[in-house]
Design a protein around this ligand. Structure first.
Ligand SMILES: O=c1ccn([C@H]2C[C@H](O)[C@@H](COP(=O)(O)O)O2)c(=O)[nH]1
Length: 237
């Protein structure tokens, strides 16, 4: 409907502008080879301004409509849980692999989040991040998500994790009673540790599958919040 109104108005505008221009210049009656350019070139800025105006009006109308209509283009549950794992991973200080994990129960409630990092009390600045040494100290994302759980029981939950779990994490996942592993990357699939993890999952009947995001990109844009329209309170002293 909005499109139709805009198209009709645009068409009318052009017809009238063209007729007016033809009247002033009388070019339509003297159509030699150069005449079309003489007609079209001066109209380009007018056309650009008109198009911009109509686009702005159409956007305003559309936005006005949107505040009264249910949004359809929302994050799917699966993208939401994996995005939560990816967001947690952004806290990781590991220079090679930033891993995040998010545990979800049957009611679609998040009951644990974690990322790979040094144990509490072991400073990120004092312990090594080199490829060889870090493995002695780093707590894996899955382990952190499990020990950080905010629910008494995580039995039958699903864990969304950025990287396929290693053998050590597989053991903790199995012993915690988790039912399913959803992962994003399997970049260490040829490693013995990943193969051992898959062997244990298969035996313990824990399913695993790769998550293919519906949206390749999910942006968080703090600028989207209209700060000017909110009351800005002074921070507490
Ligand atoms: O299941 C896993 C496996 C690994 N991690 C963490 C541990 C390390 O910080 C990195 C792996 O580093 P690489 O240099 O890629 O070997 O990922 C984890 O959290 N969970």
């Amino acid at each position: 409907m909005v499109k139709l109104i805009v198209m009709t108005l645009t068409q009318r505008f052009y017809t009238r502008t063209f007729a007016l221009y033809a009247l002033i210049t009388d070019e339509t009656t003297n159509f030699d080879a150069g005449a079309p350019y003489v007609l079209v070139v001066p109209m380009l800025p007018v056309a650009a301004v008109t198009l911009l105006t109509f686009t702005l009006v159409a956007t305003a109308i559309k936005q006005n409509k949107d505040i009264n209509t249910k949004r359809e283009d929302v994050l799917s549950w699966e993208d939401y849980f994996m995005a939560t794992a990816v967001l947690a991973a952004k806290r990781s200080k590991d220079p090679c692999s930033q891993v995040g994990a998010c545990i979800v129960n049957d009611d679609k409630k998040i009951v644990g989040i974690g990322y790979n990092g040094m144990p509490t009390g072991c400073s990120d600045d004092d312990f090594p991040w080199t490829k060889k040494e870090k493995h002695l100290y780093v707590c894996h994302a899955e382990m952190n998500a499990i020990v950080n759980k905010n629910s008494a029981d995580i039995k039958n939950c699903t864990i969304y994790v950025v990287l396929f779990p290693c053998d050590q994490c597989a053991k903790i996942i199995i012993q915690s009673g988790l039912r399913e592993v959803v992962y994003l990357s399997d970049k260490h699939e040829s490693k013995e540790t990943t193969q051992a993890a898959k062997r244990m999952f298969d035996s313990a009947r824990i399913t695993y599958r790769q998550h293919i995001p519906q949206n390749r990109k999910t942006e968080i844009d703090f600028e989207e919040i209209n700060w000017d329209a909110t009351v800005q309170r002074a921070p507490s002293p």
